[in-house]
Design a protein around this ligand. Structure first.
Ligand code: GTP
Ligand code: MG
Length: 339
């Protein structure tokens, strides 16, 4: 029997309740969807964690996978692997001593724990506070390195990093060797929205650096970053040219350059150590910029350089975009290299 409620039939009422239910569930799902997409947006704004296609990690995994017991043969293979991974003799010795000690105490049963030990020792080698805080105005940074390692690109990224912090930044085109170098730096200066000093009167990089610095002081820049031409570390006259750039800068500001950063390509292996040694002898480096860590990276050489020369990375480059740049973190790097 059909009853009526204020003129509605029973079927109409059931339909109405069903429709109301459907509407309620639709609203509920739309709300959930929106909430999860908002969550995704906010996480994508966070800096990406460093992930390396690390050869050392791959080799360690292969060794561990075929290891059944942690016997002397495993130790021999581990030793060989570590010595060929550019970690430097001091770090490798420390690592092996530690692994052997844990083994003889019977505390090392799981081969995977070897990775934790290695990562920890690498962290200890790299965990030295690199002084890069801006204390004086202008803060002068001289960028050096061999050809094509990513000096100009890193300057663009570093300039952007400082301009984002509200620092008045100027880049100086003291690479007078390549005709297009000034134009390339100009493109980066535009991207980073910072000013640039280029000279049309002189080809002498020291003179350009001098004039650029004078202009930066006049304009009250907070940060001045000087680009230089790529050069081979074993060409004495070219290294002398860089020493002159440093001397001339010091005529205006005796305590400058406050940072001298050597840019190295993460994939150059042992050659990066040779470069670092020679540039350090000539200029006394304050730090490294390690580029191209987005490719298949040997990476271990960073530990080797820290181990032998006490020169540590200040920044890393992880791509070609202006934001593909990170302040170096020993913790993040030691983890990404091993795991
Ligand atoms: N994948 C990748 N490429 C990079 C990175 N940094 C620089 N590059 C590339 O490396 C190449 C050389 O970069 P430049 O900045 O011109 O190098 P440079 O050291 O100034 O070169 P010269 O002035 O000729 O000595 C360019 O193709 C850059 O895009 C990085 O972190 N990752
Ligand atoms: Mg360049």
């Amino acid at each position: 029997m059909e009853f009526t409620l204020q003129g509605f039939t029973q079927t109409q009422l059931i339909m109405f309740v069903l429709l109301l239910g459907l509407l309620f569930f639709s609203l509920f799902f739309i709300f959930r969807l929106k909430k999860s997409s908002l969550k995704q947006d906010s996480t994508s704004l966070k800096p990406k964690p460093l992930s390396l296609k690390s050869i050392l990690n791959q080799k360690l995994d292969e060794l561990i996978l075929k290891t059944k017991t942690l016997d002397p043969q495993f130790l021999d293979s581990l030793e060989e692997l570590l010595y060929t991974s550019d970690l430097g003799p001091k770090t490798v010795d420390k690592l092996l001593t530690h692994v052997r000690a844990e083994l003889s105490r019977g505390e090392l049963k799981d081969p995977l724990k070897v990775k934790t030990i290695i990562s920890q020792k690498i962290f200890e080698t790299l965990n030295v506070n690199v002084q890069s805080q801006i204390k004086t105005k202008p803060h002068v940074i001289l960028i050096v390195g061999v050809n094509g390692v990513g000096k100009t690109t890193s300057i663009g990224k570093l300039a952007y990093h400082y301009s984002q912090q509200g620092k008045k930044t100027m880049v100086v085109a003291a690479d007078t060797f390549r005709a297009a170098a000034g134009d390339q730096l100009n493109i980066w200066a535009k991207r980073a929205e910072v000013s640039i000093y280029t000279s049309t009167q002189t080809q002498d990089p020291a003179a350009v650096a001098y004039q650029g610095l004078e202009k930066a002081i006049k304009e009250q820049s907070d940060v001045v970053i000087i680009d230089t031409a790529g050069r081979l570390h074993n060409k004495e006259n070219l290294m002398e040219e860089l020493k002159k750039v440093k001397r001339v800068i010091q005529k205006i500001l005796p305590e400058a350059p406050h940072q001298i950063l050597l840019v190295i390509d993460a994939n150059s292996g042992q050659n990066a150590l040779v470069q670092a040694r020679q540039f350090n002898e000539a200029l006394k480096l304050t730090g490294l910029v390690v580029t191209k860590l987005d490719g298949t990276a040997k990476g271990g050489i960073i530990v080797g350089i820290a181990d032998e020369l006490g020169v540590l990375p200040s920044y890393i480059g992880v791509g070609e975009k202006i934001t593909d740049f990170k302040i170096f973190s020993a913790q993040e790097f030691s983890k990404a290299l091993i795991f």
